[in-house]
Design a binder for this molecule. Structure first.
Ligand SMILES: Cc1cc2nc3c(=O)[nH]c(=O)nc-3n(C[C@H](O)[C@H](O)[C@H](O)COP(=O)(O)OP(=O)(O)OC[C@H]3O[C@@H](n4cnc5c(N)ncnc54)[C@H](O)[C@@H]3O)c2cc1C
Length: 493
């Protein structure tokens, strides 16, 4: 049995949070969809298919609401069926929101104008493996564990292990431009994609990429990576794989300050070493989950692969840490992290208690990391009812890193939403003002749409122009990436 989406929290009703009804699917279009594939137009499945793991919407779910109910859920199982579903929606000008595991945390999979949800989890399975080149052809609705189970038999792995590994699909990884916990060795998902098959709004099927590198104009594969379902439906994917690692080595270090740890990570990457896992926690997070004493900052390191390369990498790690006076820490901390790294149960418990909790991950050059670490936490903590703003460094590059902020607040129930918005405004604006980008791997969705024009500047108009060329009727996942829509104002915030 292939995996299926995991509901984020109990949904205590089937109402819509946003005012006004979503776009309804007319009777003739519904009949046309029913002649193509399985279609659901009533009952709890429709409400379930209309939400994702956006933390604010978890509060709405407890109040019996999804952001906006879809009118119809279509479940195609082939590219041909996706083509026909797209054509019906395009001809009838119906919003068409493609979803995978619905584990996105920014509301990207929510059908904010109603219409049709295209559930891509019926496009499932590994189609083939080119074992000589190490390339796997896989359908987009395949969940991470199902893909890796099949690859393991061939002695291969893609190496993409997000915290949501059990919750997310290949199509969602690419749609959101995601990152796994081993990304410092294997790269983000964009580094793993060899090529794509995509169905455009009018049903045209395009294929991109297919070779390790190209110089035939701009890279059209990358146009669709991170497009969050706004430019087309990804129906087939080719990903790079690696031989299963023969060797693994772990280490942990303690730093007197977060800045010292950042400097060690910078020296490791500047030296050309790319340990798969390189995670530096601030003092609060070190104490909360990584065995820290409340003062020290803990760095967890793990590398895997060829023994000679791993050995050289870990030697550079050791030298870089020693160069800023780090102390070796208990390597059992890495073992413990491996044991609990995908446990997400705290989110639901805190939400039920009325906490506002979320995370904000951004990337910045090394030269900006220290000031962002201070400024973003300070801005978040200046918001009324803020209780905590903490940070870890989770992915590193030659020129910079990803900072991952976690924040919590305890407002009165009637101020949950305004507090949530205020925390994001404070944090995200501090990031942009301080030289960071909008998102490293969670994407934009609905939550970050309001910052897109500020983050991209005049390039946002370029994105809008691409969108209107590929999707002139604006049907593909309207209301996302801060793009204009023909269905009216985006209804949130
Ligand atoms: C507890 C938790 C931990 C997480 N940890 C990580 C992490 O470590 N790294 C990380 O990168 N993310 C993480 N995420 C976020 C989320 O899991 C990722 O964004 C994931 O890649 C989404 O995949 P999905 O299949 O659930 O996609 P969905 O949520 O269903 O969709 C996400 C976006 O992709 C689009 N999309 C989906 N399928 C297709 C398709 N076939 N064609 C075109 N567009 C498509 C959707 O329209 C939407 O815009 C986490 C989420 C949770 C809840």
């Amino acid at each position: 049995m292939p995996s299926s989406p995991t509901p984020p929290i109990e949904l205590l009703g089937d109402g819509s949070r946003f005012d006004g009804p979503g776009v309804e699917v007319p009777e003739d279009a519904l009949r046309a969809l029913e002649s193509i594939c399985e279609v659901v137009s009533e009952g709890p499945d429709v409400a379930e298919a209309s939400r994702d793991w956006w933390p604010l919407a978890l509060h709405w779910a407890l109040a019996g609401q999804v952001p906006q109910l879809a009118d119809v859920v279509a479940r195609p199982t082939s590219t041909e069926e996706v083509v026909r579903v797209a054509q019906v929606c395009n001809n009838a000008r119906l919003p068409l929101t493609v979803t995978g595991g619905r584990s996105g945390v920014c509301g990207a999979a929510a059908p904010v104008f109603g219409g049709v949800v295209l559930d891509a989890t019926g496009l499932v399975g590994v189609v083939g493996i080119d074992e000589i080149s190490g390339v796997v052809e896989v359908l987009p609705g395949t969940f991470g564990p199902d893909l890796e189970d099949e690859l393991r038999v061939a002695g291969l792995s893609v190496g993409h292990f997000p915290q949501s590994f059990d919750l997310a699909t290949v199509g969602g990884w690419i749609g959101s431009r995601g990152a796994g916990q081993y990304s410092t060795r294997y790269g983000k998902i964009e580094d793993m994609v060899v090529g794509l098959e995509v169905v455009l709004a009018d049903g045209t099927v395009v294929r991109t990429g297919g070779a390790p590198a190209a110089a035939a104009g701009p890279d059209l594969t990358q146009l669709f990576v991170g497009s969050e379902g706004t430019l087309g439906v990804i129906t087939r994917v080719w990903l790079r794989t690696h031989p299963l690692p023969e060797h693994e080595q772990r280490a942990a270090y303690s730093f007197a300050s977060f800045g010292d740890g950042v400097e060690a990570c910078r020296r490791i990457l500047r030296a050309g070493a790319t340990p798969a896992v390189l995670r530096l926690y601030d003092a609060a997070e070190s104490q909360r989950g990584q065995g820290g004493d409340g003062e020290e900052c803990i760095l967890l390191v793990l590398d895997e692969g060829d023994a000679a390369i791993v050995g050289a990498t870990m030697t550079i790690v050791e030298q870089s840490c020693a160069s800023v006076d780090a102390e070796p820490a208990d390597v059992g901390l890495v073992d413990a992290w491996l044991g609990h790294r995908n446990d997400t149960s705290a989110l639901q418990g805190l939400t039920r208690k009325g906490f506002v909790v979320d995370t904000m991950e951004i990337a910045a050059p090394w030269s900006k990391i220290d000031s962002l670490f201070d400024d973003v936490r300070a801005e978040m903590m200046s918001v009324p009812f803020a209780r905590a703003a903490t940070c870890h460094l989770s992915h590193s590059y030659a020129d910079g890193a990803c900072l991952y902020f976690t924040f919590a607040a305890t407002p009165p129930p009637e101020e949950i939403e305004s507090t949530y918005i205020a925390l994001w405004d404070a944090g995200q604006r501090a990031v942009l003002a301080g030289g960071g980008n909008l998102s490293h791997h969670h994407g934009v969705g609905l939550n970050r749409g309001r910052f897109m024009a500020e983050a991209l500047g005049s390039a946002h108009a370029v994105l809008a122009a691409v969108k209107s060329t590929l999707d002139p009727n604006g049907i593909m996942n309207p209301g996302k990436l801060g793009l204009p829509t023909p269905f009216g104002e985006v209804p949130w915030p």
